[in-house]
Design a protein around this ligand. Sequence first.
Ligand SMILES: [Ca+2]
Ligand SMILES: [Ca+2]
Ligand SMILES: [Ca+2]
Ligand SMILES: [Ca+2]
Length: 480
Amino acid sequence: MFLVKYDEGATHIIGATNDLKDVTGTHLKLATITIHCENDGYCITLLDLNESCEIGNEANEWPEAAWHDGTFSCRDNDKPDLVITEKYETLLEDGNFTVNYTVANVGAGDADASNTSISVDGTVLKDPVPELGAGANYTNTVGKFECPCNTNVTVLVCADCDNEVDEEDEENNCLGNVFECPPCPEPRIEVNKTVWDPVNNEWVDEIYDAEIGDIYKFRCEVQNTSNVNLTNITFWDILSCSLEFAGNMTVCNIPVNDTLIPPYPFKPKRLHPVNLTWDPYAPISNEFVELCPDQDKKYHLSSWGNTNGDDKLSQCDQIDMTDLENGNVSWYHVDLLPYTLLLTNTETNDTMYFDSEQDYLEINLSDPLETQWKEVCCCKDRYLLVDWIDNGNGILDFCDDIYLRDEKTGAITEYHVEEVAIDLVVSREGRINDQYPQGFVLTSYPLKNNTIIIEADARVVGCGEDYNLLWAKGKYEGDG
Ligand SMILES: [Ca+2]
Ligand SMILES: [Ca+2]
Ligand SMILES: [Ca+2]
Ligand SMILES: [Ca+2]
């Protein structure tokens, strides 16, 4: 029904209306009114129909200010108008993301059910939207979508993507933006070891005036400097030859349970095989005797994890050694497999072990000249093999003679070779999870909790210029 107003006396209007639904689409009402002018003049008054109604020769067209008799179409302007009013992306922990959007009907008419399209760099999802009355809206979260690290993706959300709704404005249906995916994970861990200088009251790299018997506090910092969280933190805090563990160990200010054997600051064990011709390709069941630091302890290699997949016992493999005295089984990390020579000093008749500085794989026993050696369990002096008298079989073995030059004093000494074997140098790592059974997460830089601090006392037991070693590693639980 239309209300028609006019200035009195100007026109005489007869209106006849029809409700013509579904002529051009949904919710379209048409009416026809016939207007007659009684006087001879032009009708000079604009027809003022009620708010949502327009009049003209065509739908949506206002009549001219001056017009004569005629038949005009009039329709309600009650079309819906769907627009995307809000949209945002949420990055998920797995690296994918979802899109949250709101579609609103900002038109005057009701909208039937429709579909919204969410397209991310060509990947399109359709989300069904229910009927929306005038003024109503609908919010949903769609996805997930892939977010390749270090890339930008274009996200475009369009209301009524199948054009099932006839809208007042069909050009305002889409909202798009570029979404920045996160940087690629780069796991990284950094360590720093310092010692407390009691004179200057600060943590320093070196103490110059240490004396035998002094006790110093060492501090190990293990820091996650990467952009991802790390778990399963392990570290090797290797004491040098001139130091021995003196207690007061803390991890993150919490005293370490003394029953954890051995303590974290650990001296590598040097193990000598009972069977001198043992085969690193078949290490299980071999027996070893410790040369240091716990001299003469006997072990049985009871299991082996071939970490690097090279089919032989080698650096970085994991082994279990059974202590033959008490049957205890302990886990060890294989640091090195040096060649070991048992040598007799031809002058003094003293016998001692020498280890190669390098792994046995890097030494050719047919050409041992210029190889570097050191006294087992003594970290001070290094020797260079400067001459070799072979017993005729072309390989360094027992009954040969060699000359070693002390790299510090320059003195050259002749030795008779008694044994050549491959030794094992093994160490144990400290596992932070031992202190935190519920698991410990070293969060990414620069958040809090990105540093573990381990402190322990050590006593000076020998002199010499020594290095204290610290390594750490962690695990990144990601899908990349
Ligand atoms: Ca629209
Ligand atoms: Ca539409
Ligand atoms: Ca191996
Ligand atoms: Ca030989």
